[in-house]
Ligand binder design. Structure first.
Ligand code: AVI
Length: 322
């Protein structure tokens, strides 16, 4: 269906099932090692806090990545080729792609997001800013399905994943996701993806423990959400944010740590916490270029080029479907 104001922008609603927050919380807290999946960070306040994280000096990813797109857009465009179909799973505000659109000049852009309202607004804004661009917005949960609206024209398919979101998948999930992308783009298609690199532990730990405490608020907001939406009675003062680099597993882990022995009730169910016990809320995997190359190769991709900054903090890869 096209939007009323711009015939080049169409919206396709595949009505993604919203996984129940209640079920995920009750199940996750009943486990031996308590955990809640990171996708539940992003209610309205959580999304705003994430935007605030992107502004923190210690969280280097946005600045470094943006500069890489600005410096290397022409090289990226050459590898992608003219008139490609550019597909962005988890497109959010479609901010990063705007750094590349004029240089790449795709035949079509397909943003995919689970949040319909957000996707509609971002697509309309994009259509207004780039009047030549054909936008086919797909409202779906890209972790469950990657499908293109039937109206999307034929053309070389290239998937774009900025922001290192692959890092929030565990290894089997990352492998599966890359395989799904390879299926979608086919042999001869491409993948342009930003991936955070392994680096000094202190730099990584600072990035997830910013001095202003924004990441801590983002993590603790999960408990606020449970209190508000699931009739929980978490005492926010009785939990603290913890983020550390697990060198063996190559990932930042985020936890909420109980400051004392306590019980918490959620929707009538009672959960016990020992002093120091954790709720594991997020992993953020970091990859050496060779490690990412091997992971991508197992999914049917071959790395053609990697762009990185002088500090070797972040990598953007272009890969061919083989
Ligand atoms: C969304 N994702 C790539 C972020 C990351 O770095 O793993 C989420 C985040 N969590 C805390 N800070 C940022």
């Amino acid at each position: 269906m096209t939007t009323a104001t711009n015939p080049k922008v169409s919206f396709h609603d595949y009505q993604p099932e919203l996984e129940s927050f209640r079920a995920a919380v009750l199940l996750g807290l009943a486990r031996e090692h308590k955990q809640i999946p990171p996708k539940f960070f992003y209610d309205e306040r959580g999304s705003q806090l994430f935007e605030d994280i992107l502004e923190q000096a210690e969280y280097y990813i946005p600045t470094v990545e943006k500069r890489l797109y600005q410096e290397h857009a022409a090289d990226m465009a050459q590898l992608i080729g003219r008139d490609a179909v550019l597909i962005e799973p988890g497109s959010g505000s479609c901010e990063k792609v705007q750094l590349l659109l004029e240089t790449i000049r795709p035949a079509a852009y397909v943003p995919m997001d689970i949040s319909g309202d957000f996707l509609r607004k971002a697509s309309c804004d994009l259509g207004a800013a780039f009047p030549w661009l054909h936008v086919y917005a797909a409202c779906l949960d890209f972790t469950h399905e990657l499908r293109l609206p039937a109206a999307v024209p034929e053309g070389r398919r290239v998937v774009f994943i900025p922001g290192s979101s692959l890092g929030n998948f565990d290894l089997p999930e990352a492998q599966h996701f890359l395989f799904q992308i390879r299926q979608l783009v086919g042999k001869g298609g491409g993948l342009l993806i930003g991936v955070d690199r392994k680096k000094d532990k202190a730099v990584l730990e600072r990035a997830y423990n910013d001095a202003a405490g924004v990441t801590a608020d983002f993590n603790l907001n999960l408990l606020v959400r449970i209190n508000q939406e699931l009739e929980g009675n978490f005492d926010l003062e009785a939990f603290r944010h913890e983020a550390f680099y697990n060198e063996q597993l190559g990932r930042i882990e985020m936890h909420l740590i109980s400051r004392k022995a306590q019980t918490v009730s959620i929707d009538g169910e009672v959960f016990r916490f020992a002093e120091g016990e954790s709720i594991h809320t997020e992993n953020s995997y970091k990859y050496h270029p060779q490690e990412f190359g091997t992971l991508a190769q197992a999914a049917g991709f071959q790395s053609r080029q990697m762009w990185t900054d002088a500090g070797q903090l972040f990598g953007i890869y272009y890969l061919d479907g083989i």
